[in-house]
Write a protein that binds this ligand. Structure first.
Ligand code: PCA
Length: 324
């Protein structure tokens, strides 16, 4: 009984507070990648910009490296308001809605220019979908082009048969199926451990994630297939955004636009720097052998076909708009 009275008075206090003018807000922002990763550095800069432009009215605390929520939980946490903001890898949510995975398909958009073109057509539909879920997308930034990490040298996809393959998304698990490897889903935060213990022997990812995980300690080769550039997106809880006053909302949107521009540039720099780091650590950074590239392109063709079937007219419209 006592407890109920207490709860009621708390609700009354909350209501009184919400009708008063917006004074200050504190947000938690969850990410799944290390603090030093270029995405996280970019997001931290975004938080600092918002703080400054809002005159300290909106304070955003960035929780890096999956310390607040694990990667697959972040979307739901932002939706439910457990965190007001969070960064997701869109391709992780392909099973929920195929369009989220368009940038995770091998060789559909395989350069920064193509990736920017894809985001242009993907963004409006993604915004609409997320709005239905009570979410907003502030910006998206691609990971550097995806190559193949392997403990042993590779000539073609046949060399991947039977090996333990780290997947980070439904699409990267599907690649394993198609080449006859054994997929194991492992989050970026656990990649180093997984290769160190030989739980996995190969994966596709960027130089950036390999450098973050110091993979040169456990892996010998990275083949530059330039297969796709999956994007991280920064999501907001729509209600949290709407609770801000207009000048603070504007500060958020302006800082977000800056973060998107800065992030794409940072990704290109991270690509070069991380591959240099892997090389310095003793890895061989190699062009993809012709057979491997041809095999992977075939995998990409199959996956695009499967994706288009699942994504339906909406997916076809996206691909058509992208190719136009
Ligand atoms: N790094 C992330 C996703 C794509 C990438 O380059 C990872 O490997 O989990």
């Amino acid at each position: 009984m006592k407890r109920r009275v207490f709860q009621l008075s708390l609700t009354a206090a909350a209501m009184a507070f919400s009708t008063s003018a917006f004074a200050q807000a504190k947000w938690d922002l969850a990410t799944a990648y290390p603090a030093t990763n270029f995405h996280t550095v970019n997001i931290s800069q975004f938080a600092a910009d918002v703080d400054k432009a809002s005159g300290g009215k909106l304070k955003i605390t960035v929780h890096a490296n999956a310390s607040l929520f694990k990667a697959p939980e972040i979307k739901r946490a932002v939706q439910g308001g457990q965190a007001q903001a969070g960064e997701i890898l869109m391709a992780n949510f392909q099973n929920e809605w195929q369009i989220f995975g368009a940038d995770g398909l091998p060789f559909l958009a395989d350069s920064y220019d193509e990736s920017a073109k894809l985001w242009k057509v993907q963004r409006p539909v993604v915004e609409k979908k997320l709005a239905e879920q009570g979410l907003m997308v502030l910006f998206a930034v691609p990971w550097p082009p995806q190559g193949v990490y392997s403990k042993k040298p590779l000539n073609s996809a046949a060399d991947l048969k039977g090996i333990k393959w780290r997947a980070y998304s439904p699409a990267t698990a599907r690649i394993a199926d198609l080449v006859g490897a054994q997929p194991v889903t492992i989050q970026a935060a656990e990649v180093s451990q997984a290769f160190a213990t030989s739980m996995v022997e190969s994966m596709m990812s960027s130089g950036s994630t390999g450098a973050d995980a110091k993979l040169y300690e456990h892996v010998k080769y990275w083949y530059d297939t330039q297969a796709w550039l999956p994007k991280n997106a920064l999501l907001l809880n729509k209600k949290a955004f709407e609770a801000l006053d207009k000048p603070t909302q504007d500060a958020v949107l302006k800082a977000a636009a800056d973060a998107e521009t800065r992030g794409w540039a940072a990704s290109k720099v991270a690509n070069t720097e991380s591959l240099d780091k892997l090389k310095a650590g003793g890895m061989q950074i190699l062009p993809a052998p012709a057979a491997l590239k041809t095999d992977m392109k075939k995998v990409g063709d199959t996956m695009l076909k499967e994706w288009t079937e699942k994504a339906g007219p909406e997916g076809q419209a996206l691909v058509d708009a992208f190719k136009r």
